[in-house]
Design a protein around this ligand. Structure first.
Ligand code: XIL
Length: 392
C-alpha cells in the first residue's frame, strides 16, 4: 500500500513536468534571449533539418543568401529572392533573424574588390547597407555589420575596405547601418577569439577605440568555430569580451573532431558542448548561442577543413548525438530531472509528505503510469539534496 502512495505522488510530480522544452525555451527560462541556428534556402526545404530547426531554435542566421556576393552580385543589381524567402520563413514560423553579414572580405563580388578610390567605395558601402538593412528594417534583431576584420596576428586584413578607407571603414559601416535601422543591434563578428592571443587583444583595443569615437556598436559576436581538445579557454575569453560592457553572443558554434571520429572523441565533444553552453549561461551579457548547422552532413567543416568532421549535435541521419545531451544537460543544470523514492526510509517519507503539500490534481494519475519513468520532472519543487533526484 505504502509503496503505491509513493509511486502515485511520484507520478503527480512528473505529470506536472511532462512537457518538452526546446533549447530556445530552456535558454529563455534561464534569462537568455535565444538558442539559434543557421537557415537558408537549402535547409528550408530539407525535411530532416527544417523540423528540428522549427522545434529547437528561436533565432536564425542566413547561412549565405544575405552575403554581398549573393544579394548584390552586380553593382546596383539587388537579388532579394532567396533572402526574402529566409525572412518569410522566419516570420511564418514566429522566429527571429540575425542579419549576416554586411561588410566582409569574403563573398565579395569582383566589382567591389576592383574599386580603387575612397569616394566610390564609401558610396558603394553606403548604398549596399542602406538597401539591404533598409529592406528588412525593424525585422532583424541584430546585424553582423562587419565580419572577420583581423588576421590571426591581430593586424587588419588587407581587404579593399581597409586598404582604401583604413580602420574608419568600420565607423562608416556602423553609422550607416544605424541610420538604416535604428532598432537593430549592431555587432562586430570574429573567429579565433576562443583563446588568449593577439586577435582577441586587437578586438578589445579596437572596440574601445570605436566606443571612444561614439561608433554605435552594441555587441561582439564570437563565432566559436572550435577544435575538440582546445575549448577550455572559451569561458575566460568570453568574459574578457564582456568586459567591454557590450552584448556578447556565440554566433557560429561548432566543435570539429579530428578524423578518425570515434565514440571516445564524441564523448569528449559532449563535455565540450556542455562547457561552452555553460560559458554563455554563466555570463550575464551573453545573450544567446547560435549553432552553425544541424546535421554533420550539411556542415561547412568537412569541405573547408578535411582533417576534421562531426562538428554538430545531430548525425548525418538527423539522430541526436551525445553532444546534444551535453547542451541539454547544461541547460537543465539546476533543474531536478526526476525523483526516486526509497519508500523504506523515514527521510523519503517526510519528503513525500512535503511533496504532496505542493501537488494538485491527484485524480489524473493512473492513466500515465507506464510513461512516467522517462520524463523530466519536478522543476519547481523545493526538494532537499539532490541525492533524491537522478535520471531514470
Ligand atoms: C560559411 C558557410 O557555412 C559555407 O556554406 C560557405 O561556403 C562559406 O561560409 N565565418 C562566417 C560564415 O562568418 O559566414 C562562414 O559560413 C563560416 C565562417
Amino acid at each position: 500500500m505504502k509503496s503505491s502512495i509513493t509511486t502515485l505522488s511520484l507520478m503527480v510530480v512528473c505529470l506536472a513536468e511532462a512537457s518538452y522544452a526546446s533549447f530556445n525555451e530552456q535558454m529563455a527560462a534561464k534569462g537568455k534571449l535565444y538558442f539559434g541556428n543557421i537557415v537558408d534556402t537549402n535547409t528550408i526545404v530539407e525535411n530532416g533539418a527544417v523540423e528540428i530547426l522549427k522545434t529547437e531554435f528561436g533565432m536564425f542566421t542566413p547561412e549565405y543568401s544575405w552575403k554581398w556576393a549573393f544579394i548584390q552580385p552586380n553593382q546596383g543589381e539587388f537579388k532579394f529572392e532567396d533572402s526574402d524567402k529566409v525572412m518569410e520563413w522566419a516570420a511564418e514560423n514566429g522566429k527571429q533573424i540575425r542579419g549576416h553579414t554586411l561588410v566582409w572580405h569574403q563573398n565579395i563580388p569582383g566589382w567591389v574588390d576592383a574599386i580603387a578610390d575612397q569616394a566610390t567605395l564609401t558610396q558603394v558601402v553606403r548604398d549596399h547597407i542602406n538597401t539591404v538593412v533598409g529592406r528588412y528594417q525593424g525585422r532583424v534583431y541584430a546585424w553582423d555589420v562587419v565580419n572577420e576584420v583581423f588576421n590571426d596576428d591581430g593586424t587588419f586584413r588587407a581587404s579593399v575596405f581597409y586598404r582604401l578607407l583604413g580602420e574608419e571603414f568600420i565607423d562608416l559601416a556602423f553609422q550607416t547601418a544605424q541610420a538604416a535601422d535604428p532598432k537593430a543591434k549592431l555587432y562586430i563578428n570574429e573567429y579565433g577569439m576562443d583563446y588568449a592571443g593577439p586577435k582577441i587583444d586587437a578586438m578589445l583595443a579596437l572596440v574601445s577605440r570605436l566606443q571612444s569615437r561614439n561608433v554605435p556598436i552594441h555587441g561582439i559576436g564570437s563565432q566559436t568555430h572550435l577544435t575538440s581538445g582546445r575549448v577550455d579557454e572559451v569561458p575566460a575569453q568570453l568574459k574578457r569580451l564582456a568586459s567591454t560592457g557590450l552584448e556578447v553572443a556565440i554566433t557560429e558554434l561548432d566543435i570539429r573532431v579530428k578524423r578518425p571520429v570515434d565514440d571516445e572523441k564524441l564523448a569528449q565533444q559532449k563535455q565540450e558542448y556542455e562547457l561552452v553552453t555553460r560559458a554563455c549561461l554563466d555570463l550575464p551579457s551573453c545573450v544567446g548561442i547560435t549553432m552553425w548547422g544541424v546535421s554533420d552532413k550539411d556542415s561547412w567543416i568537412p569541405s573547408t577543413l578535411p582533417d576534421f568532421d562531426a562538428p554538430l549535435l545531430w548525425d548525418s541521419g538527423f539522430g541526436r548525438k551525445v553532444a546534444y545531451q551535453g547542451v541539454d544537460e547544461a541547460l537543465q543544470r539546476g533543474v531536478i530531472r526526476s525523483v526516486i523514492f526509497d519508500p523504506g526510509t523515514d527521510q523519503s517519507r517526510s519528503h513525500h509528505a512535503q511533496l504532496m503539500s505542493h501537488v494538485p490534481h491527484h485524480g489524473r494519475i493512473n492513466a500515465l503510469l507506464p510513461s512516467l519513468r522517462s520524463v523530466p520532472c519536478a522543476r519547481s519543487l523545493p526538494l532537499p539534496s539532490s541525492s533524491h533526484c537522478r535520471i531514470v
